[in-house]
Design a binder for this molecule. Structure first.
Ligand code: E4P
Length: 217
């Protein structure tokens, strides 16, 4: 499973990228707003750090305007994935932009039917939002599994980009289901390293190091 990092914070992207943890980046208007940066400038900087797909989201609601914005975003760098919302206009924009050879990430997906439509419209990535479904007591992981089944049934090559990930458990469950990509905030990717028994085991080893005065350097 590829890891995308869900942030527009340059320092955090650099840190995870240096460890080989970043196969791509996703942003959305809220993350851009949080960064306090101009969208074109921050996306360009991210594309200079990361070789993989960098999702940059349109802000228009009507198809023609989305297409114009998408073209402008795609011109920033060859690794841009234009992100469009899963609306009828977004699907029209997806069809045109993907037909022009751009990567397109269709976002705000909350149902298997929406994912089917995005694949038919030529999406490179479909972004089902796990956490926001969990928030309304619908198991977001079930949606990932349903889309996996449907895409495999028909050989769609749209990649499942599990989004709105809130926990390390979401990451391992997505990997078990077979999501192609998971995008997560840096804090979640770091939390994947944590285990209470690791902490306990290390504390025991350190106690013995102190007791025996073990030194390596
Ligand atoms: C990424 O593409 C999504 O925009 C993001 O994962 C949404 O996450 P949230 O539901 O935590 O805002």
């Amino acid at each position: 499973m590829k890891f995308f990092v869900d942030t527009a914070e340059i320092d955090q992207i650099r840190e995870l990228h240096a460890l080989g943890m970043v196969d791509g980046v996703t942003t959305n208007p809220s993350l851009i707003a949080k960064s306090g940066r101009d969208i074109l400038g921050v996306i360009k900087e991210i594309c200079e750090i990361v070789e993989g797909p960098v999702s940059a989201e349109v802000v228009a609601l009507e198809a023609d305007a989305m297409i114009a914005e998408g073209r402008k975003l795609a011109a920033i760098a060859p690794n841009i994935a234009v992100k469009v919302p899963l609306t009828w206009d977004g699907l029209k924009a997806c069809k045109v932009l993907s037909g022009e050879g751009n990567m397109v990430n269709v976002t705000l997906c909350f149902s298997a039917n929406q994912a089917l439509l995005a694949a038919k419209a030529g999406a490179t990535f479909i972004s089902p939002f796990i956490g926001r479904l969990d928030d309304i007591n619908i198991d977001g992981l079930d949606l990932i599994a349903d889309i996996r089944t449907i895409y495999d049934n028909y050989g769609f090559d749209t990649q499942i980009l599990a989004a709105s990930i809130r926990s390390a458990n979401h990451m391992s469950e997505c990997a078990k289901i077979g999501a192609d990509v998971a995008t997560a905030p840096p804090s979640v990717i770091k939390a994947m390293a944590n285990h209470v028994l690791t902490d306990k085991g290390l504390a025991g080893f350190m106690a013995d190091v102190a007791k025996a005065g073990i030194k390596i350097l």
